[in-house]
Ligand binder design. Structure first.
Ligand code: PEP
Length: 257
């Protein structure tokens, strides 16, 4: 982490779990368990139907809520879709785009990720852009090349000022929901490379300002080592964000430096 230049962010991804009625008790428990004077940005990205309940539950708290996907389209005949303007209207602060589960099960392409990120930025919502390699790509030593390609595709056509408002999450696919975490060295190496790609595309000042998160089986036990890495500015957390005790421990770990 490098608080001097970047925001430290702990973002939970509830995926398709929990109900709207869980929002209030969860937030109450989380607030009781997490440090009162926390300095990191804390976000819970929840399913669309839970957003209004989250907004009510988080009133007067220092926790933000987010979404997990957004439509590429602004409005119109796109049954089942949710636009960036609809999210902004609900005061959603962050939205995940390009999560590997959406790429894998819903055919989300790199160009869709780029369009979605821009749609969110236009509405003042911060995209959390997920990138990461498969196990096969890692084993074939294609990680650097593939992740660089994904980052460049996601940021295509964005000017420097816009890119500063993006968050990147490095999520190796083989570590998501598997209990198999990237080692701190592996995660740091790729996050450092991602910063290098941003430096190459823009400049050192912009690269220094973008928060890069690690995601993939981060939990209360392994978070401290991952968060201690200079280019890892927080976490995108699936399983461990469903339990207040675990999520609070990860938030607390950002305060221990
Ligand atoms: C995720 O869904 O983005 C994620 C990292 O999941 P998990 O923490 O469960 O691996």
């Amino acid at each position: 982490m490098n608080r001097k230049y970047r925001k430290v962010i702990i973002a939970g991804n509830w995926k398709m779990n929990k109900l709207a009625t869980d929002a209030k008790p969860f937030v109450e428990e989380l607030r009781a368990a997490m440090p009162k004077d926390k300095t990191c940005e804390t976000v819970l990205c929840v399913p669309f139907p839970i957003i209004p309940a989250m907004a009510r539950a988080m009133r007067d708290s220092r926790i933000a809520y987010g979404a997990q996907d957004v439509s590429e389209h602004a409005s119109g005949a796109y049954t089942g879709e949710v636009s960036a303007a609809m999210l902004a209207n609900l005061k959603v602060k962050y939205c995940i785009v390009g999560h590997s589960e959406r790429r894998q099960y819903h055919g989300e392409t790199d160009s869709a990720v780029n369009v979605k990120a821009k749609a969110l930025l236009d509405e003042g919502v911060t995209p959390i852009i997920c990138v990461g390699e498969s196990l096969e790509q890692r084993e074939k030593e294609l990680t650097s090349e593939f992740v660089a390609y994904q980052v460049k595709a996601a940021l295509a056509g964005m000017d420097a000022k816009t890119v500063k408002r993006c968050v990147i999450a490095y999520e190796p696919i083989w570590a998501i929901g598997t209990g198999r975490t990237a080692s701190a060295e592996q995660a740091q190496e790729v996050c450092h490379e991602i910063r290098g790609v941003i430096r190459e595309l823009y400049d050192a000042r912009i690269a220094r300002a973008v928060s890069i998160l690690y995601g993939g089986s981060m939990n209360a036990k392994n978070c401290a080592e991952l968060l201690a890495q200079p280019d890892i500015d927080g976490g995108l957390i699936g399983g461990a964000s469903l339990k207040t005790e675990d999520f609070a421990k990860i938030i607390s770990a950002t305060e221990e430096e």
